[in-house]
Ligand binder design. Sequence first.
Ligand code: P5A
Length: 448
Amino acid sequence: MHLSRFFMPVLRDTPKEAEIISHQLMLRAAMIKQSAAGIYSWLPLGLRVLKKIEGIVREEQNRAGAVEILMPTIQSADLWRESGRYEAYGKEMLRIVDRHERDILYGPTAEEVVTAIFRDSVRSYKDLPKNLYNIQWKFRDEIRPRFGVMRGREFLMKDAYSFDLTKEDARATYQRMFAAYLRTFARMGLKSVPMKADTGPIGGDLSHEFIILAETGESEVFLHKDLLDERVPPADTDFFGDLSGVVENWTSRYAATDEIHDAAKFENEVPEAKRVTARGIEVGHIFYFGTKYSAAMGAKVQGPDGQLVTPEMGSYGVGVSRLAGAIIEASHDEAGIIWPVPVAPFEVGLVNLRAGDAATDGACADLYNKLQAAGVEVLYDDTDERAGAKFSTMDLIGLPYQLIVGPKGVKNGEVEIKARAGAERETLGIEAGLNQVIAAVQSQRILA
Ligand code: P5A
């Protein structure tokens, strides 16, 4: 992509309304634009990040045996009356009346919709287990939308819903999603810690929040320090085998959010030197709630003995749009964002310091073509901005590698390369610089 043809209206100044760094940087880097309170347009740079995050979530859901569907954003109130949640959900639900005076709503979650799909289409235990997910916009009329996409009113969620014949099977499914979540966040360069959590309006008695530690996190969290070094299940894990060991490793030490924190237990179980009190961002939340929805909505399958069985259910959420902010909270410096390669909007920024100069333009065109041919995603700054502005924009938008081409370098057959996460620029021969950047990008595409 040539910057001159792209749409990236970066801001020089920090917008006053943005309180936290990720929100400031997302606005300044022209990733998002606010449209109404808690409602955002995603501009090209932000959309590319959102799609990368979505892609990683999708791959790990598929690996763990979940099957993608797409449910509507608008739902019928009648379904929620069946589950008994229509009144209970309260003011966070955006309620709408259609032209026939029927009550509809913008879905804040989709337990009811998916249970109705299941109820109408699955008849036999032989069709179980099933785990259906979608990546779809949700709306919650949050009382205090803030921090940009972190607590939006409209936000993108991956939500999966599982149906199992028995409690034991449902537990195995829960463990599979637990393991998949650890991989999902690790692949984005994030260290997530599963913590026991409150179930709120979703319900059930078994639940974990996946928390990223960050100073600006909304919840206070308490955990055993060693959890920060715990191993994530590798890609070749047998997701259909026994995953109880993974869950055991991650849940045998204390970790809880302030909602359910037990100070006495924390002090008893965790030696003082290992006690971590921090703030965290909830990027995922998984629930096991048994037959809460299947029973209320009459979803049943024929069991092996011919008797009707009400399936055991769980649901599993990832805050896809929230993750864009969470990753920035975890990875930035004074100059801007530092994208981990797997979620970067482009992998390399190619900076032409003398656009219009035939030799420099030629060298850049050649590098651009070679990067493209190697399958590297490159944003080529071919504009006639001055060098200083180009450097600060590149640092602000945080592409993992920069290739800097100026007239003097070209004359000597040299380029400068810069890893955004490192400090120094390095001068190399053009071919060597190109190869080094390609190799660096390729080696960091898969982080877990
Ligand atoms: C699980 C999937 C649920 O809704 N039903 C379907 C269950 N869980 S949840 O915890 O309420 O939400 C799942 C994740 O969505 C993100 N999230 C938000 N992101 C941005 N803005 C919001 N207002 C918002 N609310 C929830 C969180 O990452 C949460 O873990």
